[in-house]
Design a protein around this ligand. Sequence first.
Ligand SMILES: [Zn+2]
Length: 728
Amino acid sequence: MKSTDFRHVNYLWDDNAANQLDAVERLRYRSNILGVDQRITNTGGGNTSSKIRMTDPLSGEEVDVLWVKGSGGDLRTSTRANFASLYMDKFLSLENIYNKADVKGVKTEIEDSMVDTYRHATFGLNPATGSIDTPLHGLIPFRHVDHMHPISAIAIAASKDQEGLTQEVFGGEVGWVHWQRPGFDLGLVMREELRKNPNLKGLIMGQHGLINWADDDKACYELTLSLIERAALYIEQHDKGENTFGGQKYESLNEKTRNEILIKLLPVLRGKVSQTNRFIGTVQVTENVLQFVNSVDAPRLAEIGTSCPDHFLRTKIKPLYVDWDPQAESVESLLQKLESGLVQYRSDYASYYEACKHPNSPAMRDPNPTVILIPGLGLIAWGKNKSESRVTAEFYSLAIEVMRSSEAISEYQGLPRQEAFDIEYWLLEEAKLKRMPPEKEMARNAVVVIGAGSGIGKATAHRIAKEGAHVICADLSESTAQETADELIKMYGLGIGVAGTGISGCGPAIGLGVDITNRESIKRLLESVILAYGGVDNIIITAGIFVPPDKQGYIPDDKWALTYAINVTGPYLVADEAKRIWQAQVLKTSLVITTSANGAVAKQGSVAYDTSKAAANHMVRELAIELAPLVRVNGLAPATVVEGSSMFPRERVTSSLSKYNIEFDESESTESLRGKLALFYAQRTLTKSPITLADQAEIAYLLSSSKFSKTTGQIISVDGGLHEAFLR
Ligand SMILES: [Zn+2]
């Protein structure tokens, strides 16, 4: 096939790029251009390999080295470091160990234990470890192997008459193996197929995907694409058009109505699925998702669950489908149906666990669904973080395409329940979960920082992101809020998973504008947070204003009003708007309001600011009572943070330095002048140390964290120790 013949996959091979690379980099290149197309494989799914002649550092001789995508990598984003390297002769000799076992074959003890032996065959001190799919690559006697999860190939593999369809579509060029859990035995099964029929170019793997091979890497890439293209063409010729999924039963809602319902629905739903573990949501509303959720066949197909084990591990045994008529029924009835649907789902999950468990199976995991399907609205996916929930949404969207294709050419079949269970509760999977580092303190939380564009707010956004929080950076200045969010995304990455509609396609941080003196503006902010992450957890408010009086000590009325609007009414409005969401969510959380040491210390010339902060201090106590027991409310009372503070512009710093007779040079940088003033202020405190943004951010984080889970209604001063500010 010519490169222009491909209509169902993107042909991306470029000789100019590939020919400049060494053999391992060519494998990385091939992997990246395969992984970039979701029709070829899903995020994190599939693997590639090349058997490369290399000089053995131990003997100086030329040896064959198997380079294969290692455990946990993703083809699209893989670098050289994601590939394991194994001496081919050592790898092949492992078959002796396998054969010596008394009991061998799929799901035997020896099969699982083979995974640990691959490391002994490592070439060149490479720390990347081979995955369970390594034997699929090592045992096939061709130089290059691609194993993909293409929609069109899984559609054949998940059809009732998959073997006959394989023959019909590929005319004997591609063989077929029945479903088998990946491992050493599956590698042997495939090698045997190839021995029986040496002309095979690849295999359809029952319920799973495609594997194919060639002795040239570009030829292998082109073969992968052409096989997928052929399957896709065959499916296209059989497309059922309007009768897909038995035709449409319900109509989609327009975007405005849909968002209004989602804003009401998501916090309630999040609370209900998060009773064991807190989840972050992703909303996926594409044409293909809507066509599925609105269809006649959606309830039947949803019940069957997904097929490809990669899809299945994220989407669970099945999604929760709610039969709700978006045109005729109310949101209240949807909520009721979701409630009873969840009860049924958990009970079905427990029955599935009981029916399929083995004596040594790990304990039952969270019985809540990770995918919820609602006619008219779309798909809602849940995961431990944004990246995971996007992956889950991506995988179910791909599964919908698999079902559509499979139902066009045959009848769709899921993975048999017991096989699904044996993947989900595989001891190797359990071991992988146990090896994962413990979750960070603020993981699974969507935290809003108001004032995140600068100063304490920006420092706090950075501090909580370090603890795994999803951070909504909000500020009166949307552009500075966005800058902080961009910094966080740069540091922590966007994550993986190609899904999420509108703002729901976001990463671990977003930047939004908000005016806390305006209830509507706050409402819009929180609605965006719900659509982005599925709910709202902690809120930290650092926004504040200090309007200096004029030379006569006079504060105009409008400035007095503005001071109160930002420092007192603003945090109140935020709490009041968030309260509705928190009450719908029923998850424990916290609110931190930044007050000031000036709330306790009376001073000349700042009556508006000082009294507003005193009011804020007392509001902390009032809100702590009002929002209990769901929300802890605490105050952070800083004093004279000069470093990087927008409250200390250069003129204020130089006038203070002059006032205190501190020597300085006009040519010095503002930060250096701020440092001098900070040192002076430090001398007035008990601890004699300058107070930094990091000091404030630390307490804002701690008050929000579980470390302060029994503290509410308190003001914590971070002022270096000002005895005049001691609360009594
Ligand atoms: Zn696979």
